[in-house]
Design a protein around this ligand. Structure first.
Ligand code: C5P
Length: 403
C-alpha cells in the first residue's frame, strides 16, 4: 500500500531499457501512484512522449526552456511536488551529471533542485558500469543519499554481451520504491540485523565450482522485511541473480569462509537470520589452474573438507545476537531434524522446509514452513516467500519487544 496516493516523478533517460519504463508506469499506477514523466532528449529516441504520456495520463515534460511548461508548473515545482523522484533507466551520462551537479537539461536540473528521495535504476553496457568513472560516480551518489536498484546481471538487450548492466525489472523497481516510501510502524528501529542468503560457490578450479539451487529469494525477502520494520540490516549474499534489496547493506561473497568472515564482521547485532544454503563441504585444495582432461588419464577425484558452520558459530559466539534464527532445508524427517538443529546450532528458532524436488520450494517463489522453537512447532500455511519473510520479521520484533 506504500505507493497508494504517492506522486512519482519518473525521469526517463536515453537507453534501450526505456522500453521497460512503459510497463513500469503501468505497474506504478496499478498500485495507486500517480506518475509524472520527464524525458531526456535521448529517451525520446527510444520511446515516444506520446506513449509515455498516454500510459501516465499526464503531460510529459521534456524541455527546460518550454515557456508553456515553465508557466504551468515550472522546473522547481516539478522537482518538489512529488513524493519520490524515480530515474528509470538511469544512464551512465545522467549518473555522471548528477554526481557532478550538472544541470544542462530538464532532467538534470530537476535532480539538482529536488529535496525529495531519489531512486535510480541504472542501465548501461557492462563495461560502462564497470568503468572507474562510473564506479566513482556511483560511490559519490551513494554518499549523497541517492538510492539505487540494480543493475542486474544478464544479457543486454542491444547486444549479445552479458554482464552487470541490465536495468532491474519493473516489479523489482516497484518493490524498491515501495520500500523507500513505506511509512508503516518501525518496531525494529535502532536494532541491527545480519542475514545470509543464497548459495555459496566453492571453487574446484578457477572455472568450476560446487553450488546448489538456492535462489536467495527467501533470504533477500527476510532482509527486506527486517529493514521495512526499521532494522539496520546487513545482508551477506552468495552469488544470486536477484537484485540487492533496497535499503539494505548488501555484501556479496562467493565462498562459505568469506560468508562467515562477513557475518562475523557485522557483529554485534541484535538479530541473526541465517538463510543461506551454505555448502557443507569445499574442495580441500582448489586447483590454481583449470584441471585438464587428458585422454587416457584417470578421472580426477575431489577430496572435500568441512566448511565452517556459520549459524553454529554465531549461535555460540560471545557476541551472540539476542535472536538467532536458522533454516533447515531437509528432504526427510523435517521436524525431528530441525529440533536437534535448534540445540546443536544454538538457535532460538528454526524455520524448516521440505525442499524435496516435488515441493518446488528451492528456487521457487512460494514456501511452506514449520517454525520450530523451544515453545513448540507451528505449521504456517503455504504462502509467498515475501509473506513468510514479513511474518518472521514481525515475530522477531515481537520477541525482542518482550525481551
Ligand atoms: O546443518 P544444516 O545445513 O541443515 O543447517 C541449516 C542452517 O544452518 C541454515 O540456517 C544455514 O544457513 C546454516 N548453515 C550455516 N553454515 C553452514 C551450514 C549451514 O550457517 N556451513
Amino acid at each position: 500500500m506504500a505507493l497508494s496516493g504517492k506522486r512519482i516523478l519518473l525521469i526517463i533517460s536515453g537507453g534501450i531499457a526505456a522500453y521497460k519504463s512503459l510497463d513500469l508506469i503501468r505497474r506504478l499506477r496499478e498500485r495507486g501512484a500517480s506518475v509524472r514523466p520527464v524525458m531526456t532528449s535521448g529517451a525520446q529516441e527510444f520511446v515516444t512522449p506520446l506513449a509515455v504520456g498516454a500510459l501516465a495520463a499526464d503531460h510529459v515534460f521534456t524541455d527546460l526552456f518550454s515557456r508553456q511548461d515553465e508557466q504551468d508548473v515550472g522546473h522547481i515545482r516539478l522537482a518538489r511536488d512529488c513524493d519520490l523522484v524515480l530515474i528509470a533507466p538511469a544512464t551512465a551520462d545522467l549518473l555522471a551529471k548528477m554526481a557532478n551537479g550538472l544541470a544542462d537539461d530538464l532532467a538534470s536540473t530537476v535532480l539538482l533542485a529536488t529535496d525529495r528521495p531519489v531512486l535510480a535504476a541504472p542501465a548501461m553496457n557492462p563495461r560502462m558500469w564497470a568503468h572507474p568513472a562510473t564506479r566513482r560516480n556511483v560511490a559519490t551518489l551513494a554518499a549523497d543519499g541517492i538510492r539505487m536498484i540494480g543493475p542486474m546481471a544478464g544479457e543486454m538487450a542491444e547486444s549479445r554481451e552479458a554482464g552487470v548492466g541490465r536495468m532491474a525489472e519493473p516489479l523489482e523497481i516497484v518493490a524498491a520504491a515501495e520500500a523507500l516510501l513505506d511509512d508503516g510502524p518501525k518496531p525494529l528501529a535502532g536494532r541491527k540485523a545480519v542475514v545470509t542468503s543464497g548459495p555459496t560457490h566453492e571453487p574446484i578450479d578457477p572455472v568450476r565450482y560446487i553450488a546448489n539451487r538456492s535462489s536467495g529469494r527467501q533470504g533477500h525477502a527476510i532482509a527486506a522485511a527486517l529493514a521495512k520494520l526499521g532494522a539496520d540490516v546487513t545482508l551477506v549474499s552468495g552469488p544470486v541473480t536477484i537484485p540487492d534489496p533496497a535499503g539494505v547493506k548488501t555484501i556479496h561473497v562467493e565462498r562459505a569462509e568469506e560468508m562467515r568472515d562477513a557475518v562475523l564482521a557485522a557483529l554485534p547485532a541484535d538479530i541473526a537470520v541465517m538463510v543461506a544454503a551454505v555448502a557443507d563441504w569445499r574442495v580441500a585444495s582448489a586447483a590454481d589452474q583449470k584441471i585438464k582432461k587428458h585422454p587416457g588419464e584417470s578421472i580426477p577425484t575431489l577430496a572435500l573438507t568441512e566448511n565452517p558452520d556459520i549459524l553454529k558459530t554465531v549461535g555460540h559466539h560471545t557476541m551472540r545476537p539476542k535472536i538467532v534464527v536458522g533454516f533447515a532445508a531437509e528432504t526427510q524427517d523435517v521436524e525431528s531434524n530441525a529440533k536437534t538443529k535448534l540445540e546443536r546450532k544454538g538457535a532460538d528458532m528454526i524455520v524448516a522446509n521440505d525442499v524435496s524436488p516435488a515441493t518446488g520450494i528451492m528456487g521457487g517463489t512460494r514456501n511452506s514452513v514449520k517454525l520450530i522453537s523451544r515453545a513448540g512447532i507451528d505449521q504456517w500455511p503455504d504462502m509467498a516467500k515475501e509473506d513468510v519473510a514479513e511474518k518472521l520479521a514481525a515475530l522477531i520484533a515481537e520477541r525482542l519487544r518482550q525481551g
